[in-house]
Design a protein. Structure first.
Length: 435
């Protein structure tokens, strides 16, 4: 088997672009639930979930069965040429589950970045305005518009400019490192109210089409804003005729203990983008929003050859069934509580943990060199993740400083698997704190 891995490494070096890089140099042979096996027979507990894609777990039997059955019927016709029922039923599922009572409609493409691109297109078309406001520490993809909206320079933007025009950026409610030097709750949500000043000083409301925000920052460090933050932002947007776009690509389909994270704050977005865990690993994404907004675009103005692929649609419908039949939202809440219990204990024991935060089972810990100065500790984060990998736990680093460990395990993760993974994590911190 070693010869096979060596041969694969040689082929990869010869034929695959270096920029198309992998965090770990193993080759997966099998994945099931929260476990992954490589070609050398090693077993790993998966706390990465394909970067938040496997909320229902790897190779869920119901999803696998749905995909196989659809493959036997047909694999592609292009919905824009010859439509089929699964895409329509999936649109119904999404639109009836989104927060808010306003009638909604949806369209489908293939990736999170494509969903973002189309959300911006639709917002501009509907409002007849061009400006887009995004957030510091935000991530929205690697296409031209996705990079333009994304805040993190390395590795996503470095060397790929120039970027799309009419993109403006404001601070996010990152309370641990408040960009406005405030302290919550005495700040009275100054970061949200800052949007009013911004519309006067930097981006006129008359030319601003939309504000796009992740409910919880993903790549930017798993940052959760305080209660009332999005309520205030939506209020300001509505006052000025600016659409509010919720990028639920990573937070959606139960990642935070709710089907959509905006449910936590009772905020109805004008447009929502959805991808990642929507189809348990098959490439599909959705843009769903208020029917009036979605219907404003002329026929053929949005879409794509592979949008609403029938295999992916059936997989996504199976995901909704799994979430409902297995009470995955409730299980996710319980998983989050157990996870935070572990993380809070680690915070007490290891001074390199500066902040523990998250929403439900979507959690992150920010590592620092000193709790007083809060100087980021990316080297420690990488060392901890590397140690965990060697001991059989897959864990990813994120944050604009590269110092946040994030937890994206499937919601089907058992208590025993979670505890075993956290035992490895504790050993990793102990290895970084000798004596």
């Amino acid at each position: 088997m070693q010869n096979t891995v060596t041969a694969l490494n040689a082929l990869r070096q010869t034929y695959m672009a270096d920029g198309f890089a992998s965090v770990r140099q193993i080759y997966v042979k099998k994945a099931e639930g929260s476990l992954v096996w490589d070609m050398e027979g090693r077993k790993f507990i998966d706390f990465a979930g394909g970067i938040g894609v496997m909320n229902v777990g790897h190779s869920h039997p119901k999803v696998v069965s749905a995909v196989k059955a659809q493959a036997d019927r047909f694999m592609h016709t292009c919905f824009m040429v010859l439509p089929y029922d699964s895409a329509i039923r999936l649109a119904q599922k999404i639109c009836t589950h989104l927060p808010g009572d306003t009638p909604k409609k949806a369209m489908f493409v293939n990736s999170g970045a494509e969903a973002v691109e189309n959300a911006i297109k639709i917002a501009r078309y509907h409002t007849k305005k061009t400006g887009i406001i995004a957030f510091e520490n935000g991530f929205h993809g690697r296409t031209l518009m996705g990079m333009s909206l994304t805040s993190k320079v390395r590795p996503y933007k470095l060397g790929f400019g120039p970027f799309a025009p009419e993109i403006y950026r404001i601070p996010f409610a990152y309370c641990y490192r408040c960009p406005l030097g405030q302290t919550h709750p005495s700040c009275d949500l100054k970061c949200a109210r800052h949007l009013e000043d911004f519309l006067t000083l930097h981006a006129a409301a008359e030319t601003t089409a939309a504000l796009i925000a992740e409910p919880v920052l993903g790549e930017g460090g798993y940052v959760v804003p305080p209660d009332g933050y999005f309520t205030k932002l939506k209020e300001i947007c509505q006052k000025h005729g600016i659409l509010f776009i919720a990028d639920e690509i990573q937070t959606g389909i139960g990642r935070t203990g709710k089907l959509f994270a905006m449910e936590h704050w009772g905020v109805e977005a004008d447009i929502t983008t959805i991808a990642k865990s929507l189809a348990a690993g098959l490439p599909i994404s959705a843009v769903a929003g208020k029917a009036e907004i979605m219907d404003s675009v002329h026929a053929g103005g949005i879409g794509g050859t592979y949008g609403a692929n029938p295999l992916a649609c059936e997989a996504a419908l199976a995901v909704f069934e799994v979430v409902e039949e297995e009470d995955l939202l409730e299980k996710g809440v319980a998983l989050g509580k157990r996870l935070f219990s572990h993380l809070n204990d680690l915070e007490k024991d290891f001074s390199s943990i500066g902040d523990v935060r998250g929403l439900g089972p979507m959690a992150g810990i920010e590592l620092v060199k000193d709790r007083a100065t809060r100087e980021p500790a990316p080297e420690t984060a990488r060392a901890v993740a590397d140690f965990c990998f060697e001991k059989g736990l897959i864990l990813l680093v994120c944050g604009c400083y590269g110092n946040v460990l994030r937890f994206m395990m499937p919601l089907t993760t058992t208590d025993e698997q979670l505890d075993a993974g956290m035992d490895i994590l504790k050993m990793a911190f102990e290895a970084q704190s000798p004596g």
